[in-house]
Design a protein around this ligand. Structure first.
Ligand SMILES: Cc1ncc(COP(=O)(O)O)c(C=O)c1O
Length: 379
């Protein structure tokens, strides 16, 4: 029997198909009523005043940085354990990403490390809810307030997560989501920024649509360097339909995570994950090998892939990428992030993963680890 289990995938059912089909037959494929409906539903779900939908999470991040007023010479402090878009979208606004080290227990940006890197040029703190686990937003809020810094949360992994009883999306000055197929809900491509502030909402909306302010009749004025970063009605219809099932998606992800946690509790090769299982959205299940097993990470990864298990590694530290190396960022900058990276593998987790499939993942991994012991740790 050949196995093919990806690390993540979408959950589409007939209600999603019906919602998209209905919109396809309507008058509006884009710029119609579904976008505002989706935005309102998303804002209500998260407990925020506004949601501004974007073509994807990267565009949403760039919109947030534009709305924040980033300009050349500005700095923002972020995590190296993230997808490069968190940092690169800031480069497009001329600002400089400053990478602070992570909390080794979670892989999330460490507020104490961030504090040490504050300068007169810092404009914003940009923590990432890595794997769906909310960052220490209370500490980042304390750092931001009084210094006039914005708290911009990359929550692309964390729609459906909460922190101290508050839904993610309602905590930071701006919160960014992605609706890529592996995320909590999908619109194919898609993203959004949530905010309580009217001024930020206005700037986000302008940026998304060519920097345009509408006047009477045909009159409109291009006031800023916006782009076309709109989400379509087709996508919004899918998003609305998916949002209705978000809680059940997260509940299933939590069950899967719990089964992994229970299994790994007695495995000597694996470092137990520090997490808040009932708060995380569990976008990723990140397996961390104990330090002594780091040299075998690639072998374990390759063996899992050969067995049809679509593991991934999230993430290569952002500043290791050639773009950032060329800009002068050097390896060794964030030693805890680099150690974290050297030991991690993302295992399959998504709502339609069955217990039987998860058992295959666990049995395959156990076999691979036993093989390492037999080869290299006799006795
Ligand atoms: C942490 C993080 N930030 C930003 C993004 C960018 O989102 P998108 O792929 O929707 O552009 C992603 C998506 O992969 C992500 O994981």
């Amino acid at each position: 029997m050949s196995v093919h289990i990806p690390y993540g995938r979408q959950s589409i059912d007939e209600s999603d198909v019906a919602a998209v089909t209905e919109t396809l037959r309507s008058d509006w494929l884009t710029q119609g009523p579904k976008v505002a409906e989706f935005e309102a539903a998303l804002a209500a779900y998260c407990g925020a005043r506004h949601a501004v939908a974007f073509a994807n999470g990267t565009a949403a991040l760039q919109g947030a940085y534009f709305a924040a007023g980033f300009k050349p010479g500005d700095e923002f402090i972020t995590s190296p354990i993230t997808f490069a878009a968190t940092a690169t979208a800031g480069l497009w606004q001329g600002a400089k990403p400053v990478f602070a080290d992570v909390d080794p227990a979670t892989g999330n940006l460490d507020p104490k490390a961030a504090e040490k890197l504050l300068t007169a040029r810092t404009r914003a703190l940009v923590p990432v809810d890595f794997g769906g686990l909310p960052a220490d937003l209370g500490a980042f809020r304390r750092l931001a307030s009084g210094r006039g810094l914005l708290l911009i949360e990359d929550a692309c992994h964390a729609l459906g997560a909460s922190l101290g009883g508050r839904r993610i999306g309602s905590v930071s000055d701006m919160t960014i989501f992605s609706f890529h197929p592996v995320k909590s809900i999908t619109t194919g491509e898609g993203g959004a920024v949530l905010t309580d502030r009217d001024d930020l909402r206005d700037r986000l909306t302008q940026f998304r649509t060519h920097g345009i302010r509408r006047g009477e009749d045909w009159v409109y004025a291009v006031e800023s360097m916006g782009l076309n970063y709109r989400l379509t009605d087709l996508q919004s219809a899918l998003g609305l339909s998916q949002l209705r099932r978000l809680d059940s998606f997260i509940a299933r992800r939590r069950q899967i995570a719990r089964r992994y946690q229970e299994a790994f509790a007695s495995w000597p090769e694996i470092e137990p994950a520090a997490c808040r299982p009932e708060e995380s959205a569990w976008h990723l299940y990140v397996l961390r090998l104990k330090a002594g097993f780091a040299p075998f990470r690639q072998e374990v990864f390759r063996s899992l892939r050969r067995a049809g298990i679509g593991v991934q590694v999230h993430y290569i530290p952002v500043y290791w990428h050639p773009l950032y190396e060329k800009m002068g960022y050097a390896r060794g900058l964030c030693p805890r992030a680099e150690d974290f990276y050297s030991r991690i593998i993302s295992l399959p987790i998504y709502p339609s993963l069955t217990d039987a499939e998860q058992d295959v993942v666990l049995a395959t991994l156990r076999g691979i680890l036993d093989g390492l012991h037999a080869d290299r740790h006799p006795g």
